[in-house]
Ligand binder design. Structure first.
Ligand SMILES: *Cc1c(COP(=O)(O)O)cnc(C)c1O
Length: 429
């Protein structure tokens, strides 16, 4: 890939701009806190799987050798039993919650199922659930599963007009006195559109509906104030911007206001008031613990501990500031160098309406992504039918990375490299 980078298009002015921005970047030292990759690799997929913090390697070694290997079952009372609460408390300030409102449990999909059933049961006489077509498909599947379990409910999927911006006015118009729940992803996984959480929460509450926010693409990347906007329920993923590792468990938020009205529909011993009494009658814990069901995956959970700690150490305001800086720089580079090659911005132009990733569209997107990964050492990802997604993780992405990525893309397009890849799609990028 070096030959591609040093090809006919070196863009010296862009390089100088990028190095100046990097020199002024307070977060630059944090890149060294991750396990190094191949030095040529430009990883722009931290919104799908975050990088591995070096602290996580040390921590997991300790958890495996000492807590599991040496301490064995004594680690349950000493540490593991409380770990999901503890990590939930670490996540709480990142989402504007108090520690008693957040618990780690399940996968995001299962967490959506649980909280949606809980919300529908709390609004028994309302038939409708409202969402949009920018939502992540698994969210819609889990919402459908919840509707089926509860029975007698229907889902309205409000379409976006351009596939990029959330249909805000149309969603507000779709809410009525028969709506039980508004369920949306805060930052859309494809276009990166970010909803105004306060406005939509208020709109749902004004008709008496509850709101469930999916924070998977926003936690650790954009400031979130669940308590401040009066949100009811939320879920989020820990393996994206929080760097918790592949398949690390999700988190659930239940606001203190709504807590007395909602129950975990899937009772299990981990949500029991006194699990070690082994009583056959289920009595839910009074705390947020009652939203847990079964045994937590402790090794994964331990990785979330160090991932979240790193984010908390930096602080969300600085992360957001750099994320906007990176996105604006990238959009300018795209405008100058990639739009003439047939790429189009498929994310909102206004930073206020975005999360921390940018999508581009290109009719030959699939083959371009293949060429980027195989021949140019850039890892973005691809979303059907023609979306190239570039995730910016402020802890580890530099301005120079983005500049180099654009230079390599120009050079691989000039060299017609995408044409050497087949049109046929394989599975995961
Ligand atoms: C990543 C993501 C998920 C993933 O759900 P899992 O159950 O962890 O597979 C769900 N929803 C959204 C919006 C996501 O971004």
């Amino acid at each position: 890939m070096r030959s591609v980078e040093l090809g006919p298009f070196p863009d010296v002015a862009g390089y100088e701009a990028a190095t100046t921005l990097d020199a002024a970047d307070r977060l630059q030292p944090f890149a060294a806190r991750f396990v190094p990759t191949d030095p040529d690799l430009i990883y722009l997929d931290g919104n799908s799987l975050g990088r591995l913090p070096a602290a996580t390697v040390r921590h997991l070694q300790e958890v495996v050798e000492r807590e599991w290997g040496a301490q064995l079952i004594r680690s349950w009372p000493d540490r593991w039993w409380e770990l999901a609460d503890q990590v939930g408390s670490q996540i709480a300030p990142l989402v504007g919650a108090n520690p008693a409102e957040v618990i780690v449990a399940d996968s995001t999909t299962v967490a959506i199922l649980k909280l949606t059933v809980a919300a529908l049961n709390a609004r028994p006489r309302r038939r409708r659930i409202v969402t949009d077509d920018l939502n992540f498909p698994t969210d819609v599947y889990a919402t459908g599963a919840a509707a089926k379990l509860v029975g007698g409910r229907e889902i309205t999927i409000v379409p976006s007009t351009d596939g990029v911006h959330g249909p805000v006015d149309e969603i507000v118009a779709a809410l009525d006195e028969d709506t039980a729940l508004l369920t949306l992803t805060h930052v859309a996984f494809k276009s990166g559109y970010r909803y105004d959480m306060e406005r939509l929460t208020r709109a749902a509450h004004s008709v008496g509906a509850l709101v469930l926010w999916d924070l998977s693409h926003s936690v650790g990347a954009v400031p979130i104030d669940l308590d401040g906007v009066g949100a009811d329920l939320a879920v989020g993923c820990t393996y994206k911007y929080l760097n918790g590792g592949p398949g690390s468990p999700a988190f659930l938020y239940v606001s203190e206001q709504i807590a007395p009205e909602v129950e975990n529909p899937f009772s299990g011993w981990w949500g029991h008031e006194s699990p070690f009494a082994f009583d056959l009658d289920y009595a839910p814990a009074s705390s947020i613990r009652r939203f847990q069901t079964g045994t937590m995956p402790i090794l994964s959970l331990a990785a979330v501990e160090t991932g979240v700690a790193l984010t908390a150490e930096v602080g969300i305001e600085d992360l957001r500031h750099k994320s906007i800086g990176l996105s604006e720089f990238f959009i300018e580079q795209v405008h100058m160098h990639l739009e003439p090659l047939g790429f189009q911005l498929a994310s909102p132009r206004d930073a206020d309406q975005r999360g921390s990733h940018i999508s581009l569209r290109h009719p030959d997107g699939w083959r371009i992504v293949r060429a980027m990964i195989d021949s140019a050492a850039i890892i973005p990802d691809f979303r059907e039918p023609d979306n190239l997604r570039f995730g910016f993780t402020p802890l580890s992405t530099s301005y120079t990375d983005l500049h180099t990525a654009v230079v390599r893309i120009v050079n691989l397009m000039d060299a017609d490299l995408p044409q050497t890849y087949p049109q046929t799609r394989s599975t995961v990028t």
